[in-house]
Design a protein around this ligand. Structure first.
Ligand code: NAP
Length: 294
């Protein structure tokens, strides 16, 4: 039995589809099962509730071989550690209690870097991995750069202003990955029951690309001029506060962006094995263009 958390999210819903396609038995933990596709409700076992809840996890992890673990966003959390590490504590207790053998988790690049302890959400994510691995469970931490899909959150600015904004240098080439590729890698590790050790698996997308490169590709795909504008870290943080983030979580986003600007995402060397296929152009054609054109 494979258990999937966050099954309505960008990555999670794709993991669910992939696993259903493979025919593997799956169990889903969902706060609101009505948000799942009808086919999913018909074919998967469902445990209703949050994967931050001890009682829910006890039921969800009972008899499970492998877990897909994803810490959900908590913009109003009192601290990054509360959002990541404290959220995951009930799961580590349930993993041990129910004797789960394998966990595949979505985490971030940066382990081993001198920036890792001042990188906001990434620092929280790496501490969460340490908590899970301390149980002794077999573990694959899928270590991510920024998702291409983050650019999609600026679809309205791209449509109305012809611009998108971040505090990272426009010419810095960094890895960038599509959520569909993350889901494909997660599915492979979940279906493979041959591994028993703990390791990190970088998932780097097809190439390193700058935000200025992205602006050129977006312009090409949309057939109109779109530019990237670097903003200050203060302005970046202020936007999150304006969206309703707690000060600590807005600071966590900002610290993460600062560390990425210092090269945090360049810590894992690119290899054919950790490169994934979806190009930024393909992602723009298939995901950004429909979002911008509505
Ligand atoms: N974006 C990046 O560039 C990046 C880079 C590296 C790592 N990451 C990591 O990737 C993860 C985000 O993945 P994603 O984009 O696939 O997420 P997402 O699309 O935002 O999905 C979040 C999921 O969590 C569920 N959820 C929200 N609040 C919850 C709660 N309190 N309890 C239980 N479930 C809850 C949502 O379901 P319902 O609302 O339907 O319940 C949804 O299924 C984060 O852990 C982040 O640290 C992101």
């Amino acid at each position: 039995m494979i258990v999937v958390t966050a099954p309505t999210g960008d990555i999670g819903h794709r993991v669910v589809q992939n696993l259903l396609h493979s025919g593997a038995p799956i169990r889903i933990v969902a706060r609101d099962p009505s948000r799942l596709a009808e086919e999913v409700r018909a074919r998967a076992e469902i445990v209703k509730g949050s994967h931050g809840d001890t009682g829910v996890l006890r039921k969800a992890f009972s008899g499970a071989d492998a877990i897909f673990w994803l810490v959900p966003p908590d913009p109003k959390a009192a601290s990054v550690a509360a959002a990541y590490v404290d959220f995951t504590r009930p799961a580590t207790a349930a993993l041990e209690e129910q004797g789960v053998r394998r966990v595949v988790s979505v985490t971030a690049l940066g382990r081993g870097s001198s920036l890792a302890d001042k990188a906001g959400f990434v620092t929280g994510s790496l501490a969460t991995d340490d908590l899970i691995t301390s149980t002794g469970v077999a573990f694959r931490g899928l270590a991510m750069p920024s998702f291409m899909d983050n650019i999609g959150r600026q679809a309205i600015a791209i449509r109305d202003q012809g611009k998108f904004f971040l505090p990272i240098s426009g010419d810095l080439k960094l890895p960038s990955v599509a959520t569909r590729d993350i889901a494909a890698v997660a599915t492979r590790w979940l279906l493979d029951d041959s591994w028993t050790d703990q390791s990190e698996v970088p998932v780097l997308g097809p190439e390193n690309i700058s935000f200025n490169d992205m602006a050129g590709i977006i312009s090409d795909v949309l057939g109109k001029a779109v530019s990237y504008q670097q903003i200050s870290f203060d302005a970046y943080k202020a936007r999150f506060v304006q969206f309703g983030f707690s000060d600590a979580m807005a600071q966590g986003m900002t610290d993460m962006a600062w560390a990425k600007d210092q090269g945090l995402d360049l810590t894992a060397p690119r290899t054919p094995e950790n490169s994934t296929p979806t190009s930024f152009r393909q992602w723009c054609e298939e995901t950004l263009k429909p979002a911008v054109l509505g």
